[in-house]
Every structure is written in structure tokens, then in C-alpha cells.
Write a protein that binds this ligand. Structure first.
Ligand SMILES: CC(=O)N[C@H]1[C@@H](OP(=O)(O)OP(=O)(O)OC[C@H]2O[C@@H](n3ccc(=O)[nH]c3=O)[C@H](O)[C@@H]2O)O[C@H](CO)[C@@H](O)[C@@H]1O
Length: 504
């Protein structure tokens, strides 16, 4: 156990000795907990972290003044499109993706260390269920898409293949996520192929550079951002694990997009055939204000400018042919080669600049009373996963259709958008479209046919409720055999058992 003397000396070197100001009055248990929390903080790193936070805060919280002049859209030769190409080109990409999956060269990596503050839940977002007829959670949908894509690749190449699932968690999400997976028997995935690892935490800091005590016996800590991935990969030898398994390509994605296509063969195949070391899926931005990062170039170098760091004027600029000039919305879906990730962890990670978020951080006052601030009082420093893009030798973006691939769950239902209802409707509208395309007809409770036009994206509930298990179809494929020319009463839940019965 860490000695108080030792920890005090380290904190003195970091200029943060105030963190021990209640130590003498703590009972042995809480005191040990506080010392254990403080012990791993490296004095020099802590000093630098607090200094940087205060310095960043001294600057006005506005986009860099010269940013607009340095921005350009991505040149067209760097952008592929899933929908705007000839079907045979798309098939070629897909075939390449399946081939790499069949060779066990593809892994998926979930960023799941966030706290889901905007959604307002105290448990990890992946455990959330948006009210689908099947009541599946985001984690279950993701697990089943992995199983299906393994199956599809395996069938094409006559092999049994594995897409390992790496899950980055944080102090907040590791325990509940691990428990949830165990309780659900890893959704029938082999637990050896589900690798959870934890990202680092950093202290929240006051505007004048002092780490904040949340309680007398606890420092206010927050995960170091989804760009904490790169330190976490090194901390837990994750790339070595990938190497042992023969993984060459990694699809990194965020937890909250209900339509996410894990290990998407089309995206993987496109990136591999283009010889990319780094890629990002994008959708056309819905509006200038939409809170998505913009994939673009700064000083001629591809990167993502986060929604919090672009000015409203720049976001509203129009392209000469109409539409937004900066319309490539980042959906937090990235492709990396393992070699590129290796270079990042070895060389580039220290060059990533943290971003500053000013937040309300609960703290104890000088008398030790807990305070819930009404105004922002603290700084959290985060690295972003996409900040490695400028180090790529060959970056590509890949544009996909929003209605097919992007509906994020960010907010509670009280918000207008990106909430549980919009996510549920996006998935049900997609499955309704897939069913109609496969030749299904839907009836109401009185046997009358329901309308057969697919509902436009963003509209209300589809005319018929149809939910298709990812174990039956990954992206709408293979449904004719169950649905063609048949009538179904809404709601239809097409799970594996129903599919088997229909096929028989
Ligand atoms: C930095 C980043 O990627 N921003 C993207 C993110 O924004 P947004 O602000 O929505 O990002 P979130 O805070 O939701 O985090 C994205 C993902 O990173 C994970 N996470 C977050 C913090 C952390 O310390 N550890 C961690 O693992 C979250 O669990 C989540 O899976 O998604 C949007 C699309 O939905 C994109 O347009 C944004 O460009």
C-alpha cells in the first residue's frame, strides 16, 4: 500500500498537495482508498496536465481564429461512396471485405468508455434498449451482427472464421459491462474472442490548475477521451493480442449508433483495395448545426474538426453546386491497419493535443462540504480518436447513407433528436424497407393491407412494424426466401426460429 509520506512528496512535486488536505481526518479505509487513487499519478505528468488545463482555459473558448481560412473540403479522390457507385464495384469491395474476414484478418473495436451523461443513464450506454419489439440492447444487436458477418464470410469461403471484439471501457463502464456480458452468456460469442480493456482516467482541474477533490477521500476523475484508445492499446498489449491472432485491419466504432455495421465488408474492402492505412465513414450532414465532426482538410492535411470546434459561420458555408461545403459528417466509424495503430502507439500518441471541455464538476469546499456547482467550474481534458488522421499516409473517407447506417443514441427522449425513439424508428424503418424489398406484404389487425411505401428517413413509426434479427440478415441480404410474396400481420419479429419455420 502507498505510504502517505510518499504520496505527499509526489503531490508536492506536482504542485497538488491540497488533494491530501482532509487525509488526517479520514478513517483508515477511505484514507487507503484515497492514497491508492493518488499513487499511480506520475508527478511530472500530473503537473503538466494541470498546467495545460489552466493554460487552455485562459484562452477564450472559441474556434481557432484562423481555422476557417485553413479549412478545405476533402478532395474527391479521397472519398468513396457506398451508394454512388456501380453495383459491380460495390460487390468487388464487399467481396474483398468478406475475404479478409474469412482470413481472420479483421477485428472490431468498440469505444465504450463514455459516461452517457446526455442520455442520463448511470449504466453503460451499450446496455440500453430503445424499446424494440425484441427488447434487444445495443450490445446484443452488435454481438449478433458480429456473429452474422462471421457466418456470411465463412459460408462464402467455406471456413470458420472469427472477428474478435475488442471493447475499450473505463473505470465507469468496465465492471457493469463485464457483468452484463457474463449474465448474457456473451450473446453466444466465444468469451475468448471478446477482449475488454480499460482506458486511463485523468483528474478534473479548476480554472486555476488545481485538481479537484470530489469527496474528502476521492479525486474527481474522468476518462481521457476516446483518443485515450492509443494509450490503452499500449497499456494492455492489445496490438500484441491482435498480432497473435493475425488481425491486420481494425474497425473502430462508437457504442451508440443503432445501425452500426460491424466489420462492414464493403467499408473494409474499399479501404483495403485503396491501400488505406486509415479511413472514416461519413454521412451527409443533416444541417449545419448537427453535432457531428466534419471530415475535411486543414492546411491540406485530412482530419476531423469536431462540432464543438467549428464556428457556426463556417459550418453554414455552402458549396458552389449547392449543399453544405463541409458536409462530410463523421460518424465515429474508423478503419485502421494494425501497422498504423502500432506507429501511433509507438510514435505519434504523445503528439496528440488534448481538447478542453468545461464542465460542472461536483467538489468539496474548504470546510469539506459537498457542493454541486450550478455553473461550470472545472476542466476535463480529452483526446479524440480521430486526431491520428493527420499521421496517416493514405487516408480515405467513405460516404454511406444515413438511413442505412447512422442513427446515434445521444439524448433522452425529452430532446428532439438522436434519442431512444429516433433510434428505434430508424431501425424499424430500415427493416420495414428491407422486408418490402424482399417482397413481403403487411396486414393490420383486420387483415387489410398496410401501405407499402417505405417511410422517409426521420418520419414517425413505419406503417408496419417489422424487426429482423441481425442473425437472420446483416444488411438486408437473403430475406426473399422467408418473405417473398407472403403476408404478415404487423408486428413481425423475424428471428432465427421464425425464419426456420417460414423456410420450412
Ligand atoms: C471525439 C469523437 O469521436 N467525436 C465524435 C462523436 O461525438 P460525441 O460527442 O457524440 O461522442 P461521445 O461522447 O458520444 O463518444 C463517442 C464514443 O466514444 C466513447 N468514449 C468517449 C469518451 C471516453 O473517454 N471514452 C470513450 O470510449 C463513447 O463511449 C462513445 O462510444 O460521435 C459523433 C457521431 O455520433 C461524431 O460526429 C463526433 O465527431
Amino acid at each position: 500500500m502507498a505510504s502517505e509520506l510518499d504520496v505527499r512528496a509526489r503531490l508536492q512535486r506536482a504542485g497538488q498537495e491540497h488533494l491530501l488536505r482532509f487525509c488526517a481526518e479520514l478513517a483508515p479505509g477511505p484514507r487507503a482508498a484515497l492514497l491508492a487513487q493518488l499513487e499511480p499519478l506520475e508527478p511530472e505528468a500530473l503537473r503538466e496536465h494541470c498546467r495545460r488545463a489552466a493554460a487552455a482555459c485562459a484562452r477564450p473558448p472559441a474556434p481557432a481564429p484562423d481555422l476557417a481560412a485553413r479549412l478545405r473540403p476533402l478532395p474527391p479522390e479521397r472519398v468513396g461512396s457506398a451508394s454512388g457507385v456501380a453495383p459491380q464495384t460495390r460487390r468487388l469491395w464487399e467481396e474483398e471485405g468478406f475475404h479478409q474476414i474469412a482470413l481472420n484478418k479483421v477485428a472490431v473495436l468498440l469505444l465504450a468508455g463514455g459516461q452517457g451523461t446526455r442520455l442520463g443513464v448511470t449504466y453503460p450506454k451499450g446496455m440500453y434498449q430503445v424499446g424494440l419489439p425484441s427488447q434487444k440492447t445495443l450490445y446484443q444487436l452488435q454481438a449478433e451482427r458480429i456473429r452474422r458477418v462471421e457466418q456470411l464470410a465463412g459460408e462464402r469461403y467455406g471456413t470458420r472464421c472469427t472477428v474478435p471484439w475488442y471493447i475499450m471501457t473505463s473505470e465507469f463502464t468496465l465492471g457493469p459491462t463485464a457483468k452484463f456480458f457474463k449474465e448474457h452468456d456473451f450473446f453466444h460469442l466465444d468469451p475468448n474472442n471478446v477482449v475488454m480493456f480499460e482506458q486511463r482516467m485523468l483528474p478534473a482541474v479548476t480554472f486555476d490548475g488545481r485538481a479537484i477533490l470530489e469527496r474528502k477521500d476521492k479525486v474527481a476523475m474522468a476518462p481521457d477521451g476516446n483518443g485515450g484508445l492509443y494509450c490503452a492499446l499500449a497499456d494492455h498489449q492489445v496490438l500484441e493480442d491482435m498480432e497473435r491472432r493475425g488481425v491486420e485491419f481494425v474497425h473502430v466504432y462508437c457504442v451508440d449508433n443503432i445501425l452500426v455495421r460491424l466489420a462492414d465488408p464493403v467499408f473494409i474492402g474499399f479501404c483495403v483495395l485503396r491501400g488505406a492505412d486509415c479511413g472514416a465513414k461519413v454521412v451527409e450532414k443533416a444541417s449545419p448545426e448537427e453535432p457531428v465532426g466534419v471530415v475535411c482538410q486543414v492546411d491540406g492535411v485530412p482530419q476531423v474538426v469536431e462540432y464543438s470546434e467549428i464556428s457556426p459561420e463556417t459550418a453554414r458555408l455552402c458549396a458552389p453546386g449547392g449543399g453544405l461545403l463541409y458536409n462530410a459528417g463523421n460518424i465515429c466509424n474508423h478503419f485502421f491497419t494494425r501497422d498504423f495503430l502500432q506507429m501511433v502507439t509507438r510514435e505519434f500518441e504523445p503528439l496528440l493535443k488534448p481538447h478542453v471541455a468545461v464542465k460542472k464538476v461536483p467538489y468539496v469546499d474548504e470546510e469539506g462540504n459537498p457542493v454541486k456547482p450550478l455553473e461550470p467550474n472545472g476542466i476535463k481534458m480529452e483526446k479524440f480518436v480521430f486526431d491520428v488522421l493527420p499521421f496517416a499516409k493514405n487516408f480515405v473517407a467513405f460516404q454511406v447513407l444515413r438511413g442505412e447506417e447512422f442513427s446515434p443514441l445521444k439524448n433522452a427522449d425529452s430532446a428532439e433528436r438522436d434519442n431512444p425513439s429516433t433510434a428505434r424508428r430508424a431501425l424499424l424503418a430500415q427493416h420495414h424497407r428491407w422486408a418490402l424489398q424482399a417482397g413481403a406484404h403487411f396486414l393490420d389487425a383486420h387483415g387489410a393491407r398496410l401501405p407499402e411505401q417505405p417511410s422517409p428517413p426521420g418520419s414517425g413509426e413505419p406503417p408496419a412494424i417489422c424487426e429482423i434479427s441481425p442473425l437472420v440478415s446483416y444488411s438486408g441480404e437473403g430475406l426473399e426466401v422467408y418473405l417473398q410474396g407472403r403476408e404478415f400481420e404487423s408486428p413481425l419479429i423475424l428471428d432465427v426460429d421464425t425464419a426456420r419455420t417460414l423456410q420450412a
